[in-house]
Design a protein around this ligand. Sequence first.
Ligand code: UD1
Ligand code: UDP
Length: 362
Amino acid sequence: MKLLTVVGARPQFIKAAPLSRAIERHNRQNPERLLRETLLHTGQHYDAAMSQVFFDELELRQPDYNLGIGSGPHGRQTGRMLEAIETVLLTEKPDLVLVYGDTNSTLAGALAAAKLHIPLAHVEAGLRSFNRRMPEEINRVLADHLATWLFCPTRTAVENLAREGITRGVHQVGDVMYDSLRYNAQLAQKRSRVLARLKLTPQGYALATVHRAENTDDPERLSSITRALEALAGEGLPVILPLHPRTRAALRVAGLSPEQLRLIAPVSYLDMLLLEKHARLILTDSGGVQKEAFFFRVPCITLRQETEWLETVQSGWNVLAGFETERIIRAAGAAGPGSGGESPYGDGRAAERIVEIIVQAS
Ligand code: UD1
Ligand code: UDP
């Protein structure tokens, strides 16, 4: 069976790695039923720190195709991807296309496959913020409605799909990002030197990330968030902010230079895991980082009004604080441990389950 995986943005390299590992494991154990994976990188992310570093660190093999699409407005970026992916699909003729998450690369991969009647598997299906102003919400709704197989990380995701009338091909498998974290957390502890490099002590700093369009593209919001982070730093808690290139550019445009914050380049995945694990507090608008905070049981303040990862909030480990300075500061002051209990994100074997389901259906 021939699979074609479409990735393009930082979190997708991280999500694709456990599945590629599970495919290789399946192939070692079942040489008579080989799954052949072709890896296509749209080039949505292209800086070394946003792309190559993950291929190196996660031992992902180099993409078979790199479309080099790069940045641009939504329509142009997605349209160029659609055209180029279609060409590859016509050449490769895969039996199945795999897409991850909710980026423009996800949407382009999903549309290209569906129009050519190639079965589509959507990993991380069923997530909803119920906010259609988010580009990601549009991408994930469309990908779900085009998919043949919908691999959901949580029960909530399955229920969201059912409300939209999607019940066929839906499988609750757990979260591949949890698989990835379980595989890499020990490695991070062994290999990463990030704490020494940044002269940080465990529990002695807060970690922040900001990159959502709704926060970066509005100078008022961006300034409101950086003021809150600076207030925390002013109280003696160093705030480390690995800057997404989008945010670096947005700070420049808004004329902001938050000098109290430790602005650093985007870090590698292993460095990020270690920074998260030892942070006293995490403040973020990232989907992946919210969950990783929860996996490590580090209190998290989410710089958004809503989240797709409700379980992190219900457990008390994550608080939605939006973008207003005072609200963020209050939430940070009150942040503490949530409750224990079972993992709502599976047992770290989501990728294996996905492979089993695909193989059984083939
Ligand atoms: C994209 C996803 C978002 C995801 C994020 C992960 C969409 C609509 N958004 O957002 O869901 O959370 O990736 O990080 O797909 N840039 C660089 N170098 C790079 C990549 C980007 O300089 O390697 C800059 C460019 O100025 C670009 C901007 O960042 O215009 C935004 O990049 P883009 O890929 O369009 O969206 P993200 O904000 O990264
Ligand atoms: N990440 C990373 N280095 C960074 C920031 C994030 O490796 O400097 C990882 C993070 O640990 C998580 C993923 O990137 O696994 C999240 O990606 P991002 O925040 O870009 O996107 P989102 O999850 O919001 O779509």
